[in-house]
Write a new protein. Structure first.
Length: 426
């Protein structure tokens, strides 16, 4: 039996609570999920997979017709990637900044995250991986830039590399081919990172002449006050020339990965929804976001469902319904459309599911493909990379960012296995 959070929770006078088994997770995936009634308990279900790492010679399991190999190993909590036009791969080795836990709940969350391998010190750097001979394995790694502050999203625009630190969007002069940046980062726009900065990751994507930054909430359902959520749970549109910023879409509890759907040019994101309403609530989701969209957090979830824990004063009169449910508590982080991919799946999106900590049985811990037709999701998600949990329930790895390499392979950042995996056709 794996060591679970429940085994440690005596430190904070909590215990894991069970309940009736949930319906199959397929009931809360796809364009029309069947949402159960919310179920509140005195204590939440907690079932975290302890982080173990990969035994020598072992890898994740690729879907039939695909093969997986280590593109590069020995990184320090790799979370996000950015593929440059010359094929070099930038990797953000990063974690949250240290902070004191806030109250009993904060201490409990810290213990949970420690078991999950998410309490390691942040390397605060971006590394560059280069596969010069094209054999699918990077020959070496150089530190492109360090002394950052929990870097995550990256975007190349013109002659600058833009980096989304947890507290600011910054830029540095850069041209593909460089292996080291010596110039100090210049702040473009400040980003909300008020304590406890629960969702510290800041996604970043360029579209046309604008940058888009995803800023997650500071809590589960605004239990720390709405004031603590000012300028959070949103996607921001930023002018890289002036730093002027405005909210593009709001009411998104924790949007992380973003990408541009190639058929329509629309911005899509994956969102981690709220917890503690049951094993199948609330589904995390994949959705298109247009300027002015409001998805309802914290008052409303999945279109028109009111959160019974949240005072409805201030709620929007209507909330946008997400396009596609990925399943409850799967924790989607990575998102990359298949434009340029050579895996044989056609149009669609690859999504990295980091994995649940509060669902029995666990959900996520995989990379999936969501097929698209005419710019919209079409069909159930398909497993692309699995095997991140062993038979004892330990996490050998946890997928985060996913990116299509210049050769059409899929790269997957694994922050527990400290590896970038490469998935290609056999």
């Amino acid at each position: 039996m794996p060591i679970r959070f429940a085994a440690t929770i005596g430190l904070v006078a909590l215990v894991a609570c069970g309940g009736p088994p949930p319906a199959p997770i397929e009931t809360v995936t796809g364009p029309n999920p069947q949402l159960p009634a919310p179920r509140q308990t005195l204590l939440p279900t907690v079932d975290i997979a302890p982080a173990r790492g990969w035994p020598e010679g072992r890898t994740p399991v690729a879907a039939p017709g695909l093969a997986v190999n280590a593109f590069y190993q020995g990184l320090d909590h790799p979370r996000w990637m950015h593929v440059l036009p010359n094929g070099d791969v930038l990797v953000a080795e990063s974690n949250k900044q240290p902070s004191a836990p806030k109250g009993l709940r904060g201490l409990a969350e810290r213990i949970v995250m420690g078991i999950a391998g998410a309490e390691t010190p942040s390397a605060d750097r971006i590394s560059l991986l280069r596969d010069a001979d094209g054999d699918g394995v990077a020959e070496g790694r150089t530190i492109l830039i360090d002394d950052l502050t929990s870097p995550f999203g990256m975007a190349l625009m013109g002659n600058h590399l833009f980096i989304a630190n947890t507290d600011a969007l910054v830029k540095v002069p850069f041209r593909p081919g460089q292996t080291r940046i010596e110039s100090p980062p210049e702040i473009v726009a400040r980003l909300r990172a008020n304590a406890p900065n629960r969702h510290w990751t800041k996604g970043l994507i360029a579209r046309d002449d604008r940058l888009y930054v995803s800023v997650g909430s500071n809590s589960d359902h605004a239990e720390n006050s709405l004031e603590a959520e000012q300028n959070r749970a949103a996607i921001w549109e930023i002018d890289p020339a002036t730093g002027s910023a405005r909210i593009f879409g709001r009411g998104l509890r924790n949007p992380v990965g973003m990408d541009i759907e190639p058929a329509t040019g629309a911005l899509w994101t994956v969102v981690n929804e709220r917890d503690e309403l049951g094993d199948n609530l609330v589904p995390d989701y994949l959705t298109r976001v247009r300027r002015g969209d409001d998805y309802g957090w914290p008052w409303i979830y999945y279109g028109d469902n009111r959160d019974p824990r949240v005072d409805q004063a201030g709620a929007p009169s209507a909330a946008k319904r997400p396009d596609y449910a990925l399943g409850a508590h799967v924790a989607p982080l990575g998102l990359s459309f298949a434009d340029g991919a050579r895996l044989g799946h056609g149009a669609g999106a690859y999504v990295g599911l980091h994995g649940s900590w509060n669902r029995k049985p666990p959900s996520g811990y995989s990379v999936v493909f969501v097929p698209f037709r005419a710019g919209q999701p079409n069909g159930q998600p398909r497993d692309i990379l699995t095997g991140f949990l062993d038979v004892g329930g330990n996490a050998l790895g946890r997928p985060v960012g996913v990116e299509v390499a210049r050769d059409g392979a899929l790269l997957v950042a694994d922050d527990v296995g400290n590896t970038i995996w490469r998935v290609a056709r056999r």
